[in-house]
Design a binder for this molecule. Structure first.
Ligand code: ADP
Length: 235
């Protein structure tokens, strides 16, 4: 189990929508290794966000097991899940949710002030190539730059895993590629295990492994023998 970060066994999530059961995850088995970059592809509604949210401690499974290293997340209550999330998980979402009245530096500092072993905000911003823009407010930054600030904010507490749900969903190809570059740079320099949900199939080339989702299950996995650099992506 040494270099295993997540292990899911028969992980199942069923939402009740009135009388109707929605089978978001159907007995998913999965292992994620430390330091891997994994891309999750598949049609809308196939269960990708549900899996990411359970891995991040934002949601609870209906049945089955999920381990983070030796800890069974599916056995934890709300308080312990929150502590797990604070300590180990960074999130990046499609929308950046930066505080508009704070600079890039201050947005990152919001997190570092409450973390145990954070990096300095300027170092987190340097990792995503924004050291020269620290004193800029979100409105003075492009969408891609704002997303890179959000990545700096997510990684400043040195999380073990970075969970990204459509991080380039609102961006054009050029800025999207720069955001993927920032994620790969963090992975290369800090070894952060990185999961990326995307609708953009071209992003799969930067992954170590691609998981294809269909109807609440992983229908196929693909291991890349060599990863492409973000700059080589044809969007
Ligand atoms: P994806 O991320 O692949 O688009 P999701 O994991 O968001 O898929 O959704 C999987 C299924 O679960 C969908 O049918 C979706 O409508 C349903 N679902 C997700 N969240 C909820 C919820 N909170 N309540 C009811 N159904 C939900």
């Amino acid at each position: 189990m040494a270099d295993m970060v997540f292990k899911a066994k028969s992980l199942t999530k069923t939402y009740m929508s009135g009388e109707l059961a929605v089978h978001a995850l159907r007995a998913v088995d999965l292992e994620i290794l430390t330091g891997e970059v994994v891309v999750l592809l598949g049609p809308s509604g196939s269960g990708k966000s549900t899996l990411l949210n359970i891995m991040g401690g934002l949601d609870q499974a209906t049945s089955g097991q999920l381990f983070f290293r030796d800890v069974e997340l599916t056995a934890l209550g709300d308080g312990a899940l929150t502590a797990y999330r604070r300590k180990h998980v960074g999130f990046v979402f499609q929308f950046y949710n930066l505080v508009p009245s704070l600079t890039a530096y201050e947005n990152v500092a919001l997190v570092t002030e409450i973390s145990e072993h954070p990096m300095r905000p300027q170092d987190a911003l340097a990792l995503v190539g924004l050291e020269a823009r620290m004193d800029h407010f979100p409105s003075q930054l492009s969408g891609g730059e704002q997303q890179r600030v959000a990545i700096a904010r997510a990684i400043a507490k040195r999380p073990d895993v970075l969970l990204c749900d459509e991080p380039t969903g609102a961006l054009d190809s050029k800025t999207g590629i720069r955001v993927i570059e920032a994620l790969l740079s963090v992975n290369a320099q800090l070894g952060t295990t990185t999961l990326i949900i995307t609708h953009n199939a071209s992003i799969q080339d930067v992954a170590d492994r691609v998981l294809f989702f269909a109807d609440g299950q992983i229908s196929k996995t693909h291991k890349n023998t060599s990863r492409r650099a973000a700059a080589e992506l044809i969007w």
